[in-house]
Design a protein around this ligand. Structure first.
Ligand code: S3P
Length: 167
């Protein structure tokens, strides 16, 4: 691989699962952005939000994008908010291809409903809230990506093949 493949999209659109599948199919290196942030800061995502607030987490996320962009080409599963800052999107565009994964709010809800490590959904774990946050981010995701792949009703293998055919 000559450049990164960045997987972006809302929480629960399958970024981590598809990243694993792409690694399996291509043998490429894999980077999980949230895991990178947790490791570098020795704090869980929940702890970062609780102790220092969202802006602190977003700053650490920008640090991560900056470092990852300069590292050897990999499949990068991004945090759902990685494209909230234009500077992050810019660094990603300059260092790879950006693939947006999408799913309906109902599908996302089914995938994340038992999750306890997504602070933005703490106390809001319902389809309506997911739909409203997704709507707020829709234009940002669409504007950032090179290609967009729907994940509803598809197997990880199908999705990964679609990405490889287009990327
Ligand atoms: C976030 C998504 C999470 C994590 C953090 C914030 C977001 O990543 O980075 O909780 O703003 O959408 P996943 O998309 O991997 O759940």
């Amino acid at each position: 691989m000559k450049q990164h493949i960045y997987l972006i999209g809302f929480m629960g659109t399958g970024k981590t699962t598809i990243s694993h599948k792409l690694r399996e199919l291509t043998g490429a290196k894999e980077i999980d952005m949230d895991a990178w942030i947790v490791e570098k800061n020795a704090l869980s995502i929940n702890e970062m939000f609780e102790k220092y607030g969202e802006t602190y987490f977003r700053d650490r996320e920008t640090d991560a994008v900056c470092e990852i962009a300069k590292s050897a080409p990999a499949i990068v599963s991004c945090g759902g908010g990685a494209v909230l800052r234009q500077e992050n999107t810019q660094m990603m565009k300059e260092s790879g291809r950006i693939v947006l994964l999408t799913a309906t709010p109902e599908t996302v809800y089914q995938r994340v409903k038992n999750s306890t490590d997504r602070p933005l959904l703490n106390g809001h774990m319902n389809v309506e809230y997911i739909a409203s946050l997704m709507e707020k981010r829709r234009a940002l995701y669409a504007g950032a990506c090179d290609i967009s792949v729907s994940t509803d009703g598809k197997t990880p293998e199908q999705i990964a093949m679609e990405i490889l055919a287009a990327a």
